[in-house]
Design a protein around this ligand. Sequence first.
Ligand SMILES: NC(=O)c1ccc[n+]([C@@H]2O[C@H](COP(=O)([O-])OP(=O)(O)OC[C@H]3O[C@@H](n4cnc5c(N)ncnc54)[C@H](O)[C@@H]3O)[C@@H](O)[C@H]2O)c1
Length: 378
Amino acid sequence: MLMLPTLAGDRRVSLVAAADPRREARDRFAHEFGGRAYDTVEALCADPDVEVVYIATPHALHERHAMIAAAAGKHILVEKPMALDTRACRSMIDQARAAGVTLVVGHSHSFDAPYRRARALIVSGQFGAVRMITAINYTDFLYRPRRPEELDSEHGGGVVLNQAAHHVDVVRRLAGTPVASVRAAVGDWDPGRPAQGAYTAFLQFTGGAVASLVYSGYGRFDTDELCGWVGESGQPKEPGDYGVARARLAGAATPQDETALKEARSYGAQAGLSPAPPHRFHHHFGFLVVSCERGELRPVPDGVMVYGNEARWFDALEPPTVPRQEVVDELYDGVVHGRSPIHSGEWGMATVEVCLAMIRSAQEGREIALRDGAASPP
Ligand SMILES: NC(=O)c1ccc[n+]([C@@H]2O[C@H](COP(=O)([O-])OP(=O)(O)OC[C@H]3O[C@@H](n4cnc5c(N)ncnc54)[C@H](O)[C@@H]3O)[C@@H](O)[C@H]2O)c1
């Protein structure tokens, strides 16, 4: 649902086919895009008109679906987290390489224009080396309707693999060197909804920078209050809508009710969920400040606030024409021009490695050193 405005709105993409076990999703796709709708990924990948497969199935299926796509010679865009462990990530990378296809992992929020602009400002050298990154995100993640396994950390549920996959991705891109070590604590505070619901993590990068990540999905304070009441997808938010996620969920008495509530928001379940026009703002992942030797940068949904030694100014971005278009830029460059993507399989795997180290650090109560540092940034 989140990528549909991107894929339907970008003229470089033609939606020719799709696969989903749900009949209503297939019917809706055939009706809306006039494309072929299959009930298996195997059948989709056997379609000769398909060049690229966007894999947006539950995490545990990413590896299998990527294997099927690579074996059929299709290029791959796979959602975050890339997979549930580094073994699966590695085999996806190896299969894509053997098949000679491009593999991009995303969308993840380091694709977003404000972080890219901040990264460009860092690379310009104007502010000196990155020393410290503070990244804070408070959301209602835990109270959005979920299938049972989405709350089960054994199956990649909870906020670490789901949300730190964005947080870690953003700070890795801004720090610009591999992660050397991780210390984290993970919170599971609501007995009525046992799951990883919050984390605090301290990351040290090989280049000397550090990052602190704070995330809570407990649906009370909302960092969008610090982001001009602009939501993660660039949508304006109504400050008066306090507690809506919890209130909506309170109507679901059983896991089956909750799954039904989730499916009611899935593609094809109801009319009116098709590509929305883009918002004035870019996507983002909460409040973040990068402290460099000679300045501070704060990406916001319409640009970057820059704090120098003598002056403060705003580096404005044009509003997006197609949301998340940066994902198609990278994919297109890989598929059409053969350029190596930034958000490659190695990149996605390194992020998964840091997320898993966060969980281990919390379980073992100690700092975890990453073997070679998580993969070097491009
Ligand atoms: N980048 C982001 O901002 C973002 C946001 C939300 C979700 N995601 C990622 O997208 C992925 C999907 O998440 P979701 O919440 O939409 O999941 P979901 O449970 O809604 O499933 C997504 C779709 O996959 C279909 N599906 C299930 N099994 C399938 C199969 N065997 N073959 C083909 N299709 C199948 C479902 O019917 C559904 O249409 C996850 O990896 C999640 O982390 C990313």
